[in-house]
Design a protein around this ligand. Structure first.
Ligand SMILES: Nc1nc2c(ncn2[C@@H]2O[C@H](COP(=O)(O)OP(=O)(O)OP(=O)(O)O)[C@@H](O)[C@H]2O)c(=O)[nH]1
Ligand SMILES: [Mg+2]
Length: 447
């Protein structure tokens, strides 16, 4: 996930509070020192760090925990809320028919993000047309066309025409019946006058609902001034921070943008087209602090599985004790499709602090082997794993080309998963949190 280093040290702070015998002034001072260190290392602005930790210290020392809450939970709650309010600048991108214009300096990730956003929105059911208005960099249109091909989105461009506004005007007419139009524009090394004029002309031709500034998070604290400059020039409505995967210092860009009026709508977390995450301060901090984010996991599952039924099944499996080998198989298939296990572990409540202890490569291999084993079981066996004993184990092992002990290993893993799913389902506090996160999902059958 984004900002691994910061996440790790913040989780250290939280577990330190959790394991201390009393919450006293000394602990709070130490904890706020550790918080300062963690945030400064992630390049968050010094002034902001001091204000934040002072506020946390003051509240933690002076506010009494509300009835029914332990002082540990209270302090953790204060840290959580203060971190969220640092980053919260308003809601995400509205899911509605609209025109979006991407702006930003050279190489920040505009074109890549245009493709990512197009995929994200078409998975939400919108028809998307892409307009290539980068007339500056050779190859820009080809890059966009390749992205468009990958995700099945139409691309409009006019090779040879260097009047960007004209291309946009024609593209808008061509894509009049698309629900969403995204305009990719040129970058420059600096926000020069000719770029400003070009962007203004494009904006006039496209009349975009959103003008999204794409910012490479490696620019760190320079992100704030850049956002301001673009805002003055063309009126930025939202920001996407890219390359949050590549830098330990993404905190700089994050807090710098949060310090402006701009709202961060997505973060880019890799070069792959699916590496785009909606930004929600609350969820982002939950995950950094290791509180997990089942809603994101379910959303990811939904995007990958592609139907509501699959999503509900996953949620039900996670919460109910009724969990068969077939369910486990379904889950593994979904997990395989969803890509790195790491991403998933960081989202499951209670698992995120185990991240360091898991050997991911080993686990991926094991998942592939389990799939082969499951494929050589009958449906009956997958639904009723208790049947699998003696001769059956041998038959399955032979069919899958593995040893009997590997089949037993899978059964053991299944028993453990089932137990874990069951205990998450029974934990009232956890259930409540999950229900809240899943919002309006129908989970009534799980009592
Ligand atoms: N690791 C990582 N790389 C990214 C991300 N977003 C973009 N990139 C990479 O950054 C480089 C530049 O991306 P582009 O999308 O071409 O940037 P641009 O702003 O369109 O560049 P110009 O059109 O030249 O101004 C490419 O190599 C991308 O693969 C991200 O979230 N993570
Ligand atoms: Mg580009």
């Amino acid at each position: 996930m984004a900002l691994d280093g910061l996440g790790k040290s913040l989780r250290g702070v939280i577990s330190r509070i959790g394991s201390s015998s009393v919450v006293d002034e000394e602990l709070i001072r130490e904890v706020s020192k550790e918080l300062q260190r963690a945030l400064l290392q992630a390049d968050v602005n010094v002034q902001l760090v001091l204000e934040l930790t002072n506020r946390i210290q003051e509240r933690a020392l002076n506010e009494k925990p509300p009835a029914g809450k332990t002082s540990k939970d209270h302090v953790i709650g204060i840290i959580f809320k203060e971190l969220v309010s640092l980053l919260d600048n308003g809601g995400g991108l509205e899911l509605k028919p609209q025109t979006i214009m991407m702006v930003g300096l050279y190489g920040q990730g505009k074109t890549t993000t245009t493709g990512k956003l197009a995929q994200y929105l078409s998975k939400k059911g919108f028809s998307v047309g892409l307009i290539g208005a980068d007339v500056y960099r050779p190859g820009a249109l080809d890059q966009l066309r390749q992205l468009g091909e990958k995700i099945n989105a139409e691309v409009y461009g006019e090779p040879g025409n260097n009047n960007a506004a004209e291309i946009v005007k024609n593209g808008m007419a061509k894509f009049a019946d698309k629900k969403i139009r995204i305009v990719d524009t040129s970058g420059r090394h600096a926000l020069e006058d000719d770029l400003i004029q070009e962007l203004k002309d494009i904006a006039e031709a496209a009349r975009p609902d959103e003008r999204i500034l794409v910012l490479d998070s490696q620019v760190g604290q320079q992100a704030g001034p850049q956002a301001d400059a673009f805002n003055k020039a063309v009126g930025v409505t939202a920001v996407i921070l890219t390359k949050m995967d590549g830098t330990a210092k993404g905190g700089g860009a994050l807090s710098a943008v949060a310090g402006t009026d701009a709202r961060i709508v997505f973060i880019g977390t890799g070069e792959h087209i699916r590496d785009l995450e909606p930004f929600d301060a609350d969820k982002f901090i939950s995950r950094l602090l290791g509180m997990g984010d089942l809603a994101s996991l379910v959303r990811m599952a939904k995007d990958e599985i592609g139907d509501d039924e699959g999503m509900e099944r996953l949620a039900r499996n996670m919460l109910s004790g009724r969990f068969t080998l077939s369910d486990m198989y379904q889950q593994m298939a979904a997990v395989g499709k969803m890509g790195t296990l790491q991403k998933i572990v960081s989202m499951v409540p209670g698992l995120s602090n185990m991240e360091d202890k898991i050997n991911y490569e080993e686990s991926q291999k094991r998942i592939s082997m389990y799939k082969v084993i499951l494929d050589s079981m009958t449906k009956e066996e997958k639904d009723e794993p208790n049947l699998i004993k003696g001769k059956r184990i041998e038959r399955i092992a032979n069919g899958a080309g593995v040893s009997a002990s590997e089949v037993k290993g899978l059964l053991k893993q299944y028993a453990q998963s089932k137990k874990m799913m069951g205990s998450i389902g029974k934990d009232r506090k956890m259930r409540k949190q999950l229900m809240k996160q899943m919002g309006n999902m129908d989970l009534d059958g799980l009592q």
